[in-house]
Design a protein around this ligand. Structure first.
Ligand code: PSV
Length: 410
């Protein structure tokens, strides 16, 4: 059986080498082995379910220690998810209003004890008392509370994390006239400028935009243009965070990514899959994901030796129906698929087609990697060399971990 598998992998690799060249295949294997992505602490807890019908996929983590147990299991299988992104009021707070520094210190200790690291710190602007918004709220005291929380988040990111803070604002409105759009924007902008002046220069702040939800008429940062304007006001340590599900249908997200890279704007990713809107489903190894990775690879923001150019990559999903562990493992697998494909592309050949205005030849060349290449043998080779399982989800199913957590977390 193993022998058959070995032969299949070798044959598959040979096929890829014949088509794309040995050098490119080897580079793709190395890229897959180097690839790292953060997982969100909230995918492991009870946040995903409960929105509709109160259903929770079995075995949710009941506290941060259990979330980190699950994250460690994911990292054991993938070797690619050492960092865990955390939400200040979900992970470091007793009352859901104030962040507790001691709990943040504990989070780092819990993470390290499991071979993990604290990743991006997310201020939590959307819990109790923030129905009128956070940094755009007309209530000055409330704004100050969130300004303080953001500054504290930056301190946590500097002292305990990876110097990264990611900001998402739920602020918005349901009806025209409900909110003064200009005033809401300036209150947010001025708060962010105030925050940035008090934040250690080592810390990067990435601003997330979202077209809608919970605001259905307006959100205070609906698009990457607004996020970029705000980042510019905040200075060179601020940038834009792209989340798949935060766009209107038909938006060319890879073009946004390529613009940000070309403009030298700091950027980052929240990966998930969007079928309807902000579904927060597991990442699919689809055409769009490969197009995105194609921009990240050609923009040299993944493995740049000058690490300040590299985009932090995070998964942002919370599985409401499917097994959460399967879903996150599937996401890592899908991202590695997309990366491997993007690495196989012959950029020189593509440029020649573009220069010669060979429209369909360029498109077909891209499709050879985007759609037709079977990179499973390449991923298998990359994983086997690092003593990782070939099939991440199957290895989890066979590990017995799910049975164990379901029994322990009844
Ligand atoms: C909002 O939809 C979001 O994408 C933000 O990044 C939040 O931090 C995360 O999901 C969890 O609510």
């Amino acid at each position: 059986m193993i022998l058959d598998m070995d032969i299949q992998i070798k044959n598959g690799l040979r096929g890829l080498e014949d088509e794309f060249g040995q050098v490119r295949v080897q580079r793709a294997i190395e890229a897959v082995q180097k690839f790292q992505v953060e997982v969100p602490s909230w995918v492991f807890g009870d946040f995903g379910g409960g929105r509709f019908s109160g259903y929770m996929p079995p075995g949710p983590a009941r506290n941060l220690a259990e979330k980190l147990d699950d994250a460690a299991e994911v990292h054991r299988l993938t070797g690619a998810t050492e960092r865990v992104a955390m939400h200040v009021l979900w992970d470091f707070s007793e009352d859901g209003i104030e962040a507790d520094q001691a709990l943040a210190v504990q989070a780092k200790e819990l993470a390290e004890a499991r071979g993990l690291q604290v990743g991006a710190i997310n201020p939590t602007y959307f819990l109790k008392g923030s129905h009128q918004g956070s940094l755009s709220s007309p209530d000055a005291d409330l704004r100050q509370r969130y300004i303080d929380q953001t500054i504290q988040s930056a301190q946590i990111a500097k002292e305990l994390g990876n110097n990264l803070v990611t900001l998402w604002f739920h602020d918005g409105s349901l009806y025209p006239g409900q909110v003064d759009l200009a005033k809401a924007y300036t209150r947010l902008r001025d708060s962010l400028i105030k925050i940035m002046k008090q934040v250690n220069p080592d810390v990067t702040m990435l601003i997330e935009y979202k077209l809608f939800e919970p605001g259905t008429y307006s959100t205070v940062i609906p698009d990457w243009g607004t996020a970029y304007m705000l980042a510019k006001e905040m200075g060179t340590n601020a940038g834009v965070l792209v989340d798949m599900g935060h766009h209107a249908h038909g938006v060319n997200i890879e073009q946004i990514v390529s613009r940000l890279i070309a403009q030298g704007v700091k950027g980052g990713f929240h990966f998930n899959t969007r079928y309807a809107a902000d579904d927060d489903h597991a990442v699919a190894p689809d055409f769009q994901m490969v197009c995105l990775f194609n921009e990240l690879v050609s923009g040299d923001v993944l493995f740049n030796p000058d690490t300040s150019h590299n985009w932090p990559l995070m998964i942002d999903q919370c599985s409401g129906r499917e097994n959460r562990m399967h879903a996150i493992l599937h996401s890592v697998d899908s991202l590695q698929h997309a990366l491997a494909r993007a690495m196989l592309l012959d950029k020189d050949k593509l440029s020649k087609c573009q220069d010669a205005d060979e429209i369909l030849l360029a498109n077909r060349l891209l499709n050879d990697v985007l759609i037709h290449a079977d990179v499973r043998p390449l991923l298998a080779a990359a994983r086997l060399e690092r003593n990782l399982p070939i099939d991440l989800v199957q290895a989890y199913v066979e590990s017995g971990y799910q049975k164990k957590i379901e029994a322990e977390r009844k």
